[in-house]
Write a protein that binds this ligand. Structure first.
Ligand code: ACO
Length: 348
């Protein structure tokens, strides 16, 4: 049973983040040689300059394991202490087994429950909500959540309207039961979906509706109505973030850092301007990473931390949106475990 803080139920906190992108970089200049596009078009319409592509022998679990190992090392967490491993992905290694058990096995999380979840590019936010629920209802103390994607395996390299957008990567987060002196952990979530817009962004085949062995190759690739998704994204980032902040009675000026799903710099700039969050409190890395779906927010959070833009105690607003169409927003205080003080560490 978990110990309550001041008689209140235990809180879940964001105790760490880490990212991993594969070594191979695919630049806009290389794409110019593959499809009828230009660096100028891609940069001005999307903000993307390059993205990372998994090696032929790397699958989604391989990227997830890299991010997970880095996170465990950074947070000083023993994999044996993980109670659950959640992998948010739209590009699992297999139809089954799920990817999470493969990852849990390889990192040595022997006593962890392990399961995948798919909410497309909102997957990381949905995963944070589920991790928080597991911790706050007392079913887990430490949840490892990984967003991992090898989207380039689902890209039609002859379709210039989609192939310039996506990249591969993984990001991991540790969601842990907060110690009694923790500030406030996860404060709230806003999650939603509009299935009426499901057709706007799909991989049409490969599931039970149109099994892969009966499908035309192009139906196994990403198909998107870019303009409709663009309209949805600009609307929903603002709506979802506003709804959550109002419910929490948190002013926009109290947010130290906003990190949204990295899909298109124009979407992000428009939405953050509408929200009234100044540029210096928004972190974007889409120019170097592209759209990595459920991995994009944790990769960006880790990079923000590395660049000194995400500091312990910061109030962070995260917003995701994607296929479904789904969306999710979360507000959390970033609370990495304190480094041991010289006294606590003993004499040098
Ligand atoms: N290079 C050059 N020209 C291009 C390219 C390209 N790569 N792609 C499209 N064009 C052309 C089009 O063919 C069109 O030409 P036309 O006017 O002769 O017909 C012209 O550029 C304008 O096309 P639009 O679709 O209007 O371009 P837009 O400015 O809307 O940008 C984009 C397209 C980047 C796809 C944008 O709509 C977008 O970002 N949409 C949202 C995508 C997104 O956020 N997805 C997130 C979810 S992903 C997930 O969940 C897995």
């Amino acid at each position: 049973m978990l110990v309550a803080r001041n008689g209140t139920p235990v809180r879940a906190r964001l105790a760490g983040v880490e990212g991993y992108v594969p070594e191979r970089v695919l630049t806009n200049a290389e794409l110019e040689r593959i499809v009828d596009t230009t660096d100028e078009w891609i940069v001005s319409r999307t903000g993307i300059r390059e993205r990372h592509v998994a090696a032929d022998d790397q699958a989604t679990s391989d990227l997830a394991v890299e991010a997970a190992r880095r996170l465990l090392e950074r947070t000083g967490t023993d994999a044996a202490d993980l109670d659950a491993v959640l992998v948010a992905t739209t590009t699992p290694d297999h139809v089954f087994p799920p990817t999470a058990p493969l990852v849990a096995g390889r990192i040595g999380a022997r006593s962890a429950a392990a399961v995948d979840l798919n909410a497309a590019c909102s997957g990381f936010i949905y995963g944070l909500a589920q991790s928080t629920a597991l911790v706050e209802c007392g079913m887990a103390r430490n949840v490892l959540l990984i967003g991992s994607e090898v989207l380039t395996r689902y890209v039609d390299w002859t379709d210039r309207t989609t192939c310039v957008l996506f990249g591969d990567g993984a990001g991991a987060a540790l969601v842990s039961a907060a110690p009694p002196d923790a500030v406030d952990g996860f404060l709230g979530f806003d999650l939603g979906a509009d299935g009426d817009l499901a057709d706007q962004l799909t991989v049409p085949a490969g599931g039970t509706r149109a099994p892969a062995h009966t499908a035309a190759p192009e139906d196994l690739c990403i198909r998107m109505n870019g303009r409709e998704v663009y309209k949805f994204a600009t609307r929903i980032i603002e709506e979802s973030a506003r709804r959550l902040l109002e419910r929490l009675e948190i002013g926009v000026d109290e947010i130290d850092l906003m990190v949204a799903h990295q899909a298109n710099i124009r979407i992000l700039e428009y939405a953050t301007e509408r929200l009234g969050i100044p540029e210096d409190r928004v972190f974007n890395n889409i120019d170097r990473v592209g759209n990595t779906s459920s991995a994009s927010i944790p990769i960006a959070l880790a990079e923000a931390r590395d660049r000194g833009r995400l500091r312990p105690g910061d109030l962070v607003l995260m917003v995701g949106f994607g296929a479904g169409l789904t969306w999710g927003a979360a507000v959390a205080r970033y609370e990495p475990p304190a480094a041991p003080t010289p006294d606590a560490a003993g004499p040098a």
